[in-house]
Ligand binder design. Structure first.
Ligand code: HEM
Length: 218
């Protein structure tokens, strides 16, 4: 199998997850450095905000891509899914913090007005709000305590992805190629997730048919 987690020696696998957190946070550290040294262009706050939003959506896509990559390509990156999801949350949280502190100067009534006035901010807020319970329960203790409820709760990630994609698409008047690609990939990943249970039950049905046919033949 070609999965990275399978080709790495077992004792290095936990370290590779930590390495992912470090590498995943490098873009934020790098932009923070550029901002602190005045190298973010004419509108540094906006550049910083957009950059963090873009990385949030990239990690969201990577998180959603883990299952299809395993089903369709046999790449087993399940070990990295929690880190990818949490990295998405960290970037959304930083994106929101820049908006709240640097854009809106901590004026909460201005934020509430903005949420009510601009639909794309409302979708962003919905995405952030739904991400919080997922981030809080992304640990082994919550998985054990919540059992099957945990699986249902974490299906919210598809609603978050839809909210994030709408937020992204509405954030500018003219979509560029990168936006079309990200929104298109999110739509495909959501469609794949909706089709997956049907595909799986068909496969199970075919498996049963084959077993029955083999039993009848013997
Ligand atoms: C799931 C949650 C979210 C995701 C994935 C996300 C992602 C993004 C992305 C990808 C962009 C466009 C970046 C670009 O065009 O280069 C963006 C723009 C923006 N987002 Fe978010 N965002 C989220 C939540 C929020 C929240 C909670 C707020 C604030 C309440 C917010 C405020 C903004 C603002 C102000 C812009 C800039 C629009 C502009 O002036 O061009 N976002 N976001």
């Amino acid at each position: 199998m070609s999965g990275l987690s399978l080709s790495l020696p077992k004792r290095w696998q936990p370290a590779s997850v930590w390495a992912l957190y470090v590498v995943g946070l490098l873009p934020a550290a790098w932009t923070f450095y550029l901002g602190a040294t005045n190298q973010l262009g004419a509108d540094p706050v906006k550049t910083f905000e957009l950059f963090l939003g873009l990385w949030a959506i990239r990690f969201l896509i990577l998180t959603l891509a883990v299952s299809p990559a395993r089903d369709l390509l046999g790449w087993n990156y399940l070990r990295y899914r929690r880190a990818l999801g949490l990295l998405c949350f960290y970037y959304v949280a930083m994106h929101f913090t820049v908006y709240l502190v640097l854009d809106q100067a901590l004026d909460l009534s201005a934020v509430v007005n903005d949420v009510l006035k601009r639909p794309f901010i409302m979708f962003g807020m919905a995405g952030l709000t739904l991400l919080i319970p997922l981030a809080v329960t992304s640990n082994n203790l919550s998985i054990r305590k919540l059992g099957s409820k945990w699986i249902w709760l974490h299906k919210l990630v598809y609603i978050i992805a839809a909210a994030g994609a709408v937020h992204f698409a509405l954030s500018t008047k003219v979509l560029d190629l990168e936006q079309y690609v990200y929104v298109g990939v999110i739509i495909l990943l959501i469609l794949y997730r909706s089709w997956r249970p049907i595909g799986r039950s068909r496969k199970r049905g075919q498996g049963r048919e084959r077993t029955r046919a083999a039993a009848t033949a013997s």
